[in-house]
Design a protein around this ligand. Structure first.
Ligand SMILES: Nc1ncnc2c1ncn2[C@@H]1O[C@H](COP(=O)(O)OP(=O)(O)OP(=O)(O)O)[C@@H](O)[C@H]1O
Length: 226
């Protein structure tokens, strides 16, 4: 569950990126976050991950107020949220398998759990056969699927995707959307910021539109808008 109550964010230079935002996303929902460049989508995502601080309001993730989390509690928050970005952010010197395993190693998961879990998520994204290759040996779509596997390997209840298809061609984008849809079908809540109009219009999911830091629209089975 994700809930923002009267959340505002003003940067130190005085720029007000978000104003009085109220959003409630239930477990298992699939939500697109749309809006023009600079509207505040990435800022909202950074607030959820506690990469930046709200100056007003409450942000609940699975009933815990993120704004009140102590520093030592942040790793637990990050474990409950998987994240993928437009630019994949893979470690180039590690193989596909090692990139995904690394996400478990940093939380000190037991080796036997890593050996069991990594092949499961690689199979979920259709990359079992490529586990020994390096990112430079993969297509953009395959690299994004590795990043999806890495995001999911610790079993987060929420997946946040910040323009996950931004660097991909239309066909490859749809492959990624199939993987994200499958992850949602298995119960993970999805929040995806995107400019991909055709994908938003075709998928008929909930659409929250942000404009100039405020919520302009929140439609179940919505479209991208103009
Ligand atoms: N650290 C910062 N300091 C000052 N202003 C910032 C900072 N980060 C973002 N902003 C401003 O806040 C506004 C919202 O930015 P944000 O990155 O959230 O937009 P966005 O909707 O994600 O845009 P895009 O679709 O281009 O990614 C922009 O005007 C941006 O310039």
């Amino acid at each position: 569950m994700i809930e923002l109550v009267n959340v505002s964010k003003t940067f130190s230079d005085g720029h007000r990126a978000l104003s009085n935002i109220n959003i409630k996303i239930d477990n298992g929902e699939f939500v697109f976050l749309v809006g023009p460049s600079g509207a505040g989508k990435s800022t909202l995502i950074k607030l959820l991950l506690k990469e930046t601080e709200a100056d007003q309001g409450k942000i609940l993730i699975n009933d815990k107020d993120v704004t009140r989390l102590k520093r030592k509690e942040i790793p637990f928050l990050r474990r409950s949220i998987g994240v993928v970005f437009q630019d994949f952010r893979l470690l180039q010197e590690k193989t596909v398998y090692e990139n995904v395993a690394f996400a478990m190693e940093v939380i000190e998961a037991p080796a036997k759990d890593i050996r069991r879990q990594v092949p499961i998520v690689l199979s979920l994204v259709g990359l079992s056969k490529k586990s020994n290759l390096y990112p430079s040996q993969l297509s953009g779509g395959e690299q994004q699927r590795v990043s999806l596997a890495r995001a999911m390997v610790n079993g987060p209840s929420i997946l946040i995707a910040d323009e996950p298809t931004g660097n991909l061609d239309p066909d490859t984008s749809w492959e990624i959307m199939k993987s994200i849809n499958e992850i949602n079908r298995r119960g993970t809540t999805i929040l995806m910021a995107t400019h991909a109009k055709e994908i938003v219009n075709a998928m008929k999911k909930r659409v929250i539109a942000i404009e100039e830091g405020t919520i302009a629209r929140d439609d179940m089975k919505g479209g991208y808008g103009i």
